[in-house]
Design a protein around this ligand. Structure first.
Ligand SMILES: [Zn+2]
Length: 510
């Protein structure tokens, strides 16, 4: 066999055994890395081999964004974009503009605002939304995915009145007289979501394509596609694109906890699927977001109680399925550790998503239980600001404890949580994780968290995540070498010049 493509005279960082030490040449054949090393790699050249001179440009394995809401992000591209809205009037105006583009019977959706970015510093009231939406049912989602405001028509469609009790793990916002004000927190969001007509498969497919365009342009070749709800249509959307040859990234699709029974009855086990689309972990929410995280000190919201979690993890483990548990507070992380221990699930690589407040005793437990922490490195920056508001003083040093977790030998995988992070570019997060004064880690460790450990979360560390011979040729090529240019690099705007998936170009040019 001869190489199909040789990348020559570059700074190729395999992130495998050689760590950050660069090689100069990399050969690709059959979608995999065929050889990597110095000039001797040119010996793999045949009459049809294409040779690309990188002129000193860097090459890294493709990033693995282990937790990004691909379909949700895609669908929001068809909603009113409220990102960066400065005040409630701004929100209303954007909703009005979007309303004009809708057909009768459509629901109006908006997303991307944050209350702490609005001058009023509060959620809009349903009657304020009514000004923009009239009789059309509609709601807006706060960036972060834990709060939603519905208009009057949407509350009526869901039958929510003053008499409606708060659902388990959620809260309905109310005026002083007890009538609903439109705000729906955590699991209360479902009351309205359940009566909204689900978007058709075609719309989901278009949404995936929009998300893919963004992700691939950031060097991301593998994604853990997170979900909040159970739509079998998501898996079908990815598979349709995969079969049509339009999928340009590898997808590890989360399955909502509601699908656990159906999934296990089908015989789906962890790692089910091919190299492009596979059935990923069962996703469950343990606690809420922001001030609703469940800490050991009490407080917070339990979207799934510790007892329910124990039952779910036991059932999943018995069925050979991995669980990805949204757990931000130490109380929620501890509950997940208890559940995995009780289930004897040490071999399943059960995941803690976010793992934001994780003190040393829990770090040790996660390691002993063979669990994985899937974190968002940007939380280290955001969290230190937010922590002064939400978290007790004792929790702040154990916030985003990347270093402690790695020292305790917990595999740490990084992710964007798109659209919570509006741009999934991994580089600013890598920088934050390295530069963090409290829990900083090495550049190599940060890069591995965004590559090989992501592969580990989906049981694929033997096939992707490094550029060692035999691994999938999922890689990204840069004009220069960001690791050597250091301070001169604009990390926010750093983009690969080309991205290859299985040796085939999926972005940019070579
Ligand atoms: Zn998420």
């Amino acid at each position: 066999m001869r190489a199909e493509l040789i990348l020559a005279r570059g700074k190729i960082r395999t992130l495998g055994r050689a760590g950050l030490a660069p090689q100069s040449h990399l050969a690709i054949a059959g979608g995999k890395v065929f050889g990597c090393g110095g000039r001797e790699v040119m010996g793999l050249r045949g009459p049809k081999t294409r040779v690309v001179d990188l002129g000193g440009g860097a090459v890294f394995p493709g990033f693995n964004d282990a937790h990004a809401h691909v379909v949700y992000y895609g669908l929001t591209r068809f909603a009113a974009d409220l990102t960066g809205a400065r005040g409630i009037d701004d929100v209303i105006e954007r909703l009005q503009q979007h309303d004009a583009t809708l057909k009768p019977g459509d629901w109006l959706q908006g997303m991307g605002y944050r209350t702490d970015e609005l001058t009023e510093r509060r959620q809009p009231h349903r009657t304020e939304l009514d000004r923009a939406t009239g009789d059309r049912p509609g709601f807006i989602d706060e960036r972060g995915g834990h709060a939603r405001v519905a208009n009057t028509a949407a509350l009526n469609a869901a039958g929510i009145t003053s008499d409606t009790p708060n659902p388990h793990g959620g809260r309905i916002g109310r005026d002083l007289n007890g009538s609903p004000n439109g705000l729906l927190l955590e699991s209360a969001m479902r009351l309205v979501a359940d009566v909204q007509p689900p978007p058709p498969l075609e719309r989901r497919i278009e949404g995936v394509l929009k998300a893919q365009e963004l992700l691939v342009s950031r060097g991301i070749t593998s994604v853990g596609a997170a979900v909040n709800r159970g739509f079998a249509d998501d898996l079908r959307a990815y598979d349709t694109l995969g079969c049509d040859g339009r999928l340009r990234m590898r997808v590890n699709e989360f399955l909502s906890w509601e699908l656990l029974e159906a999934t296990s009855q089908l015989g789906v086990r962890a790692g089910f699927g091919g190299r492009m689309v596979r059935a990923g972990p069962i996703k469950v929410f343990v606690d809420g977001g922001a001030e609703r995280v469940a800490t050991r000190g009490g407080g917070g919201v339990w979207r799934t109680t510790p007892e329910e979690l124990r039952e779910l993890v036991a059932r999943a483990t018995a069925a050979g399925l991995q669980v990805a548990a949204h757990a931000i507070g130490d109380g929620a992380i501890e509950a997940m550790c208890d559940a995995v221990e009780a289930a004897g699930g040490q071999h399943m690589r059960h995941r803690v998503e976010h793992c934001t407040i994780c003190p040393p005793d829990l770090q040790t437990r996660l390691a002993a239980l063979g669990m994985v922490a899937v974190m968002q490195p940007m939380a280290a920056r955001f969290g230190r600001v937010a922590s002064t508001i939400f978290f007790p003083v004792r929790d702040r040093t154990h916030l985003a404890p990347h270093r402690g977790l790695l020292r305790a030998r917990v595999p740490v995988a990084f992710s964007s949580d798109l659209p919570v992070s509006t741009d999934p570019n991994p580089w600013p997060g890598i920088r934050v994780a390295v530069d963090d004064q409290v829990n900083g880690i090495s550049m190599l460790a940060a890069l591995r968290a965004y590559t090989s450990t992501g592969a580990y979360t989906s049981f694929e560390e033997g096939v992707k995540g490094t550029l060692e011979p035999g691994m999938l040729a999922d890689l990204q090529v840069y004009k220069g070498d960001p690791l050597e240019e250091g301070a001169a690099v604009d990390w926010e705007n750093l983009r690969p010049r080309a991205v290859l998936l299985g040796g085939v170009k999926v972005f940019g040019s070579l």
